[in-house]
Ligand binder design. Sequence first.
Ligand SMILES: *Cc1c(COP(=O)(O)O)cnc(C)c1O
Length: 231
Amino acid sequence: MISENIKSVSERIQEACKKSGRNPEEVTLISVSKTKPLEMLKEAYAAGSRDFGENKVQELCDKIPEMPEDVRWHMIGHLQTNKIKYIIGRTALIHSVDTLHLAEAIEKEATKREITADILVEVNVAGEDSKFGTSDMEANKELIRSISELQHLRLCGLMTIAPYTDDPETNRPYFRTLRELLYSDEMRGFFPERPVLSMGMSGDYEIAVEEGATHVRVGTGIFGERDYSVK
Ligand SMILES: *Cc1c(COP(=O)(O)O)cnc(C)c1O
């Protein structure tokens, strides 16, 4: 089941690329494996997945040693400063940097270990109270500017979690806003030549790809519904 799902999601990403004139190689499919048992991650790995997304530090730390070394781990959940030390140097990308306080705390841990941490700024484009980050664009620009001064962080791009919706088209403007922020004259220089736009989940990843996503985070569409009660 998992390998078929990965295949069909990949095909739909390719279709979305074709529709929008993009190269499918620009888009990374992250298998969001939170709450899912190792057997399922291994199945996804066997089907070719090398990028996995988790949202809890403890779960991430439990899974890392159990999976092959070439897995790229993506921290996509809210990160508390006191837990940075457990994941620093072990993740390919931290998607959820939403405050300068958190960025500075990551900077501190990275400095201690003499490494550079790749991060994204999380933007709450739709301004939902349930989500982290801010929808205040001036505040986001300020955060981007401040983070760019931290020597042990590499600001790779932006991330957003769009609202849950039955009609993915309603999220298109949010994805577009995130892309426009990154590519604005004012902000473009703070990001690398090939920046990351982490946006799109099971319900709306095709629209996100059409709007420029480089990383889509798909959980349910690969592993099936999550059951939080068994945890
Ligand atoms: C859980 C989660 C996803 C995956 O959600 P699905 O709807 O199951 O694809 C993506 N991004 C983040 C930040 C998540 O927490």
